[in-house]
Design a binder for this molecule. Sequence first.
Ligand SMILES: Nc1ncnc2c1ncn2[C@@H]1O[C@H](COP(=O)(O)OP(=O)(O)OP(=O)(O)O)[C@@H](O)[C@H]1O
Ligand SMILES: [Mg+2]
Length: 454
Amino acid sequence: MKEKILIIDDDINLTKVLSYQLEKQGYQVSVANRGKDGLERFKKLSPEVVLLDIQMPDLSGIKVLEEIRRLDQQVVVIMITAYGSVENALEACRLGANDYITKPFGQEQLFFVIEKALQVQKLEQENSQLRQELVSKYRFENMVAKSSRMEDVLRMVGQVAQSDATVLILGESGTGKELIARAIHYNSPRKEKPLITVNCPSIPENLLESELFGHVKGAFTGAVKDRKGKFELADGGTIFLDEIGDLPESLQAKLLRVLQEQEFERLGDSQVIKVDVRVIAATNKDLFKQVQEGKFREDLYYRLSVVPIVLPPLRDRKEEIPYLVDFFLQRYGKGKQFTITPEALEALQSYDWPGNIRELENAIERAVILANENQITLQSLPPHVTGALPQPTIARDVFSEMEDLSLELLEKRAITEALRRSGGNQTRAAQLLNIPRHVLLYRMKKLGVDPAKL
Ligand SMILES: Nc1ncnc2c1ncn2[C@@H]1O[C@H](COP(=O)(O)OP(=O)(O)OP(=O)(O)O)[C@@H](O)[C@H]1O
Ligand SMILES: [Mg+2]
């Protein structure tokens, strides 16, 4: 059965024709020939669609519309207007009508307007549902914070989320910087607007400016049409500049201006674009040291670090390891109840976790696959974690075992280790190695590192 449609129009002949046509299409139709009567019926029937005449003798269509919107935000309202009074119809749309149709109209046109309005409404509902899901995904419940340092961090996140202040998140790789950036956005008044992430080092320098600020057609070879940058796409929302320490100097000045004035120009254009964007930046580098070395602008550093949030490495909050283990066992256990032996937990707590929470997460994901009878034992953990293999630090693992100190072999080991710690994520591996991603890909190919065989 199709949707319920209520027609409110004082033109009795028209309502008869419309009911006939719409019923033939399968809709369930009711009719009212007066505004007041229409409202009564509306309350009783809760239709999905209202076809509403703008001009009626007792209560004008606009008044009826206002009352309907007060009662129901969702219902689709389509105004019926006489030829020549489109202005009223536009006014009605401003007041919350979904669309209008001008008399005289054919039945195809009517069906089209109704179907289109219903489709748009459905899309909007799906979107807002998706956003709701996203919002709940990044609420704090989905994050472990059982140490006093992490509780402080979350308190801070809750406070800054309410403001538009620029936030700089500092922490080693895998400590949860991106997770915190998301938590800030999805707990802020901007949560219904986009959160746009830019991973600075993964984009070649010559493309990064256009990626961030957009370009106009012909700005450079290959710019075949105008393109919006991430700052424009994030308008009203938040932009997350990941690995800001890698932002080339050429772009630091332009970013400073956005932070100060909230304005910029697209590449190849002189028109100034204004945006309302909240900036969150993150880095695993010592940004202050970069300032001292002259690699990062001091003024930009101070602009960015209005509110710094420091994420402690996992080795400094080991009391969280049992909670994190439980959390990841639930995430990867696919509904099964896993247990962990005391020795295995002990091993996890003794290890130093250079790759921080991401490394622990990867270890648990792997352990779940290797576990027997839903129990995590020492055998299900990576050998270097349990001490069965020496920790692959450069000093012990590489030099002592290598017969000749071949630089190539050394490089291959470093790349393999980085890929292991990043769980095969090449962007992260490149960050760990402190080289651009395209260089990593090139070196992997040259040295014959096959990610599938790690
Ligand atoms: N407190 C936490 N509770 C639960 N999971 C966490 C927590 N912190 C981090 N994680 C998980 O660890 C992984 C790494 O986190 P994230 O990507 O945010 O780290 P990062 O600091 O951005 O790392 P990188 O510097 O390598 O980009 C993610 O899967 C994230 O969900
Ligand atoms: Mg990150």
